[in-house]
Design a protein around this ligand. Structure first.
Ligand code: ATP
Ligand code: MN
Length: 478
């Protein structure tokens, strides 16, 4: 038996008339003659031609959609259209039978909802094969980008002591017997008896620890799982997602924006080059899907065009204050089309506002800076106006916020004053404040939600479809 070759390599083979072995799963078998075989190395199937007159009838019956098979035969230039090469089977071995009556993934179009309920099998569809190959490439590209620039990949803890921003969205971590939780004399949960001797939770961000690393290593990034118990059943939120958080000593807000824009462009370009076939497939998928929508809701650019557009245009940079002026004067605001009307300066922007700016007004990615301090975290650097902080959010078409970041408040007195105002416990964060005591310096960083990036690059509409096994309210299956 010749050595197994992946289908991707076979389809690109310059040589024909050679003996090959190929293994994979049957996508379809038609006319007892043509097997469409896929092994996940590419979206394209290889065609296996079966000599059915000389093949055992019981074996033929076992070649069903979903079965795993091994085929040895000759690779030849294809006679038919739709493929350049095909394999004339000399020997077919069934490695694992499937049950055509019960196998959920039939060679037809399934709804994304149906596939979500069958997430253990959805990798076997063209759409999910493409999504997870693109996701893989993007993850690799993120590392490559930072590694090329001398960043240190820092692993920040998954279990942390406090929900530092006080957002109250953290999952508790405990090994208490939940039916018999130790209480103090005053009836409160006695965390002193818990595993860590204190209340702990799953991390909502690695930033604060990242800052500690940056104060010695200069340029660091984290890339790890992040957890938020936000009960938001949206197409952009997961309870478990992956976040990329660079933190850079001596960077100001402009450096921070440049870094974020460069990174996004780098990884998108990387995926366009490496996964051209997959993105081509996903582009067609989205175009088909858009045809179902009314004309005025369709995008005027294809997925591929959107990605290329993003590479070739500078992101629009403006302040929150400027954005509020645009939104106030906008047609949907005047016609009372926003669910949350823009009344004045100071309120947080909703996704409908973010999307208006990106999709209708500027028609390109937007970076908003200098938000009111009241709606941003305590660690953001206070501007001289006394009202705003050096924050930056990057907004993408179809997604809204993809990155949130800031220059950090490096001045101890200003930081402590803000923590007092916002009721952030300084004693718990003594270690964070120490960086401002010993060799503090200007620095900046941001958080990129990895799945929101994958959403953008794959053109998918729901964040639950771009992570292999999504966690969201009332679901932790698989
Ligand atoms: P949003 O307003 O969209 O909920 P956020 O302000 O809570 O975002 P940050 O705390 O700044 O977001 O987190 C940084 C990035 O992490 C966001 O820009 C986004 O890309 C991503 N992110 C935040 N929450 C989630 C979530 N629940 N699921 C997936 N990605 C998320
Ligand atoms: Mn949020």
């Amino acid at each position: 038996m010749s050595q197994r070759l992946k289908i991707k390599a076979l389809l690109q083979s310059q040589q024909t008339e050679i003996d090959v072995t190929v293994k994979g799963w049957v996508r379809a078998f038609r006319s007892n003659r043509f097997i469409a075989l896929n092994d996940g190395s590419t979206n394209n199937n290889i065609q296996i031609v079966v000599d059915f007159e000389n093949t055992d009838a019981t074996l033929l019956k076992r070649i069903t959609t979903g079965a795993a098979i091994s085929v040895t035969g000759k690779l030849i230039a294809s006679q038919g259209k739709g493929q350049t090469v095909e394999v004339i089977a000399a020997d077919i071995e069934i490695l694992g039978d499937s049950d055509p009556e019960k196998y959920p993934i039939q060679p037809k179009k399934h709804s994304l909802e149906f596939l979500r309920e069958n997430a253990h099998l959805r990798f076997r569809t063209n759409t999910f094969g493409a999504i997870f190959r693109v996701r893989n490439t993007l993850a690799f590209a993120v590392h490559q980008f930072f590694q090329e620039r001398g960043f240190v990949y820092l692993h920040t803890p998954v279990i942390t002591q406090s929900d530092a921003e006080g957002a109250g969205e953290a999952f508790h971590v405990t090994n208490f017997d939940l039916n018999n939780v130790p209480k103090t004399d005053t009836g409160e949960v006695d965390f002193k008896q818990d595993f860590f001797g204190t209340a702990t939770n799953l991390t909502v961000s690695g930033q604060l620890e990242g800052e500690l690393g940056a104060m010695a290593l200069s340029d660091v990034y984290t890339f790890g799982p992040t957890f938020r118990a936000e009960n938001s059943n949206t197409t952009r939120h997961l309870a478990e997602f992956w976040m990329i958080e660079p933190e850079v000593a001596f960077n100001n807000l402009t450096d921070n924006m440049d870094l974020a824009e460069d990174m996004l462009k780098y990884v998108i370009k990387y995926a366009l080059d490496k996964n051209a076939d997959d993105i081509e497939f996903l582009t067609q998928r989205l175009t088909e899907e858009e045809k179902q929508k009314p004309q005025n809701e369709r995008s005027d650019m294809s997925l591929l065009e959107k990605l290329q557009f993003c590479l070739t245009h500078d992101f629009e940079r403006l302040t929150y204050t400027e954005a509020i002026e645009i939104l106030k004067e906008s047609t949907p605001n005047k016609k009372k089309k926003f669910v949350y009307p823009i009344e004045g300066w100071g309120t947080d922007l909703q996704s409908e506002h973010e999307r208006y700016l990106v999709e209708k007004h500027f028609k390109k990615p937007v970076i908003l800076t200098d938000y009111p301090k009241e709606i941003k975290a305590f660690y953001m650097r206070q501007n001289d106006d006394g009202k705003t902080v050096g924050a930056m959010d990057i907004l993408f078409p179809g997604i809204g916020e993809i990155i949130g970041g800031s220059q950090r408040e490096e001045r101890l007195d200003k930081l402590e004053q803000r923590m007092d105002e916002m009721g952030i416990p300084k004693d718990e964060l003594w270690w964070y404040l120490d960086t401002r005591r010993f060799g503090t310096c200007p620095h900046a960083g941001f958080g990129l939600g990895f799945e929101r990036l994958v959403l953008f690059v794959t053109g998918m509409g729901n964040i639950r479809d771009v992570i292999p096994f999504p966690r969201f309210p009332k679901n932790a299956e698989f």
